[in-house]
Design a protein around this ligand. Structure first.
Ligand SMILES: Cc1cc2nc3c(=O)[nH]c(=O)nc-3n(C[C@H](O)[C@H](O)[C@H](O)COP(=O)(O)OP(=O)(O)OC[C@H]3O[C@@H](n4cnc5c(N)ncnc54)[C@H](O)[C@@H]3O)c2cc1C
Length: 465
């Protein structure tokens, strides 16, 4: 099999689809003073800048980006805009005792879908946005049990009527003919996006507001009121860390967020005769309820983009080289595609790539602002960052501007999370967890999938998920 790769220099298919990244912006040239310096020009950094500047236009805000705006996960993801909650409401509850706060956070996250769509519309960002449903398909009794539990958890934590619903196998197969589908969890109020278009448009929007983006500029050191880069020094009373999966590369942050790998393959455009067999007329966001989990979207130009874990983590928190992924990962994802959607089995793959998302030690996102230190941060969205980053940016802006809003009281604000273990424990823990997940899936498949394998529970316990 020839290994499909994103076009040279494009970190994902999404960039190849739009003719590559936008022309590079200028790097920082010498020393500068600003009011707020944001490190990292992905969704988190860009949303923070957008909300700061729309609320206080005279603020001098700058973004420092090592590569180009949208180089990271923001330009490589699966394009699921879901407003989903990552990860455990119980952990937020345990930390704060504030049940109403956790419920309010769930609603604030759900609201991000319309917030993002609204701003994209107002800023004229064409990002192939399409409102749709999420479909988490179950193909075994154990998977059915898990989607029922997820459904009940959502209801118990205040999902409004009509947000989630369970459907049977026949209805699922009428929507998307997934082999052996026994049922699905439908999530309403989500959307499909083309991530590179969204992040490119957002970067242009913040520039129109007067924000400066210095690309090709690497932050090498951080101090109070001071950001040292390879191109000069920036003095700023407020510094924001918005580097999510790349955070381990910053000095002193090696164990804050673990860079978890995710990879995606995309097919060539799917012929009409195949769509007639598969269905998928509603462009739903498709995932499966296996432990190793895959996610897919039908693109605006009628391809299937399917993602999954692949190699979960590189020793020492290393990250990929410009999205290049391994042949074994491509084969694994292709096999999932063939298994779930047999009529798509012979479709050639056009592209494959990977990226990193940030995972905190307790798998629960957080953000914060230490006014005395002049330092703010956000991240650890564990695979839901397309929507969560919007809430993060909005909340960081309120915190920095000293606005006393409902957002600054949500339970993920100013949480302290312990660090990841040093290597090799970190590598052993994460690889052990995913090995156990794979074995749990294989065990469930062999045993007819009657109930959830105990191996999956051990895996969750192993790394505190
Ligand atoms: C393959 C994949 C699929 C995903 N699918 C989904 C999905 O469908 N839905 C969803 O909600 N989430 C998904 N995610 C997660 C989501 O994309 C991320 O959580 C989100 O984009 C994070 O945005 P960010 O701005 O915080 O980080 P990033 O977009 O990663 O941006 C961080 C930026 O910091 C820059 N940087 C790093 N170090 C430095 C430095 N020293 N100096 C200057 N700049 C630096 C990087 O170059 C990068 O541009 C996926 C992630 C991946 C990798």
């Amino acid at each position: 099999m020839t290994l499909p790769v994103a076009r040279n220099g494009d970190v994902s298919f999404w960039y190849s689809q739009i003719g590559g990244p936008p022309p590079p912006r200028l790097p920082l040239a010498g020393d500068r003073n600003v009011d707020v310096c944001i490190i990292g020009a992905g969704f988190t950094g860009l949303w923070t800048a957008w909300y700061l500047k729309t609320q206080q236009p005279d603020l001098a805000v700058a973004l420092v980006e090592r590569d180009f705006a949208g180089f990271g996960a923001s330009g490589r993801n699966g394009g699921w805009l879901t407003g989903a909650f990552a990860w455990s409401r119980e952990k937020y509850l345990k930390a704060t005792g504030d049940r109403d706060g956790v419920i309010a956070m769930g609603q604030a996250l759900r609201d991000t879908v319309e917030e993002v769509i609204g701003i994209a519309g107002a800023e004229r960002i064409a990002a192939d946005i399409r409102r749709t449903n999420g479909l988490m398909v179950a193909c075994t009794p154990a998977q059915m049990e898990r989607i029922r539990a997820t459904h009940d958890t959502e209801i118990a934590w205040g999902a409004p009527s009509g947000r989630v619903e369970l459907i049977g196998g026949r209805e699922m197969r009428a929507r998307i003919d997934v082999r052996d589908a026994m049922g699905a969890l439908v999530t309403h109020g989500v959307a499909r996006v083309q991530p590179a278009k969204l992040v490119r448009g957002l970067a242009a929007a913040v520039e129109r507001l007067g924000v400066r983006i210095w690309e090709g500029t690497t932050v090498t050191e951080l101090g109070k009121g001071r950001v040292q880069t390879d191109r000069g020094r920036i003095s700023a009373p407020v510094i924001v860390r918005a580097t999510e999966g790349f955070t381990a590369g910053l000095p002193g942050q090696g164990r804050t967020l673990l860079p978890l790998n995710s990879a995606i393959v995309v097919t060539e455009p799917v012929p009409e005769r195949v769509w007639q067999q598969i269905g998928w007329g509603g462009f739903e966001l498709l995932s499966d309820a296996s432990h190793t989990y895959s996610y897919a979207q039908r693109t605006a130009d009628d391809r299937i983009a399917m993602g999954g874990r692949g190699v979960p983590y590189r020793f020492g928190s290393r990250t990929d080289t410009r999205g290049q992924t391994q042949a074994a990962t491509v084969q694994k994802l292709h096999a999932i595609l063939r298994r779930l959607l047999p009529p798509a089995a012979d479709l050639p793959l056009a592209h494959a790539w990977c990226g990193v998302l940030g995972v905190p030690r307790d798998w629960c996102a957080s953000l914060g602002y230490d006014r005395a230190a002049g330092f703010a941060w956000a991240g650890g969205y564990v695979g839901t960052g397309v929507s969560t980053s919007n809430l993060a940016g909005r909340t960081l802006a309120d915190l920095i501007l000293g606005r006393d809003t409902d957002l600054v009281r949500l339970p993920w604000v100013n949480r302290q999370v312990r660090e990841w273990e040093a290597e090799p424990l970190r590598w052993l823990g994460v690889h052990g967890m995913y090995q156990l997940y794979s074995r749990a899936d294989a065990h469930e498949a062999r045993s007819g999938g009657k109930r959830t394998s105990v191996l999956a529970r051990i895996a969750n316990r192993l790394v505190g998920r």
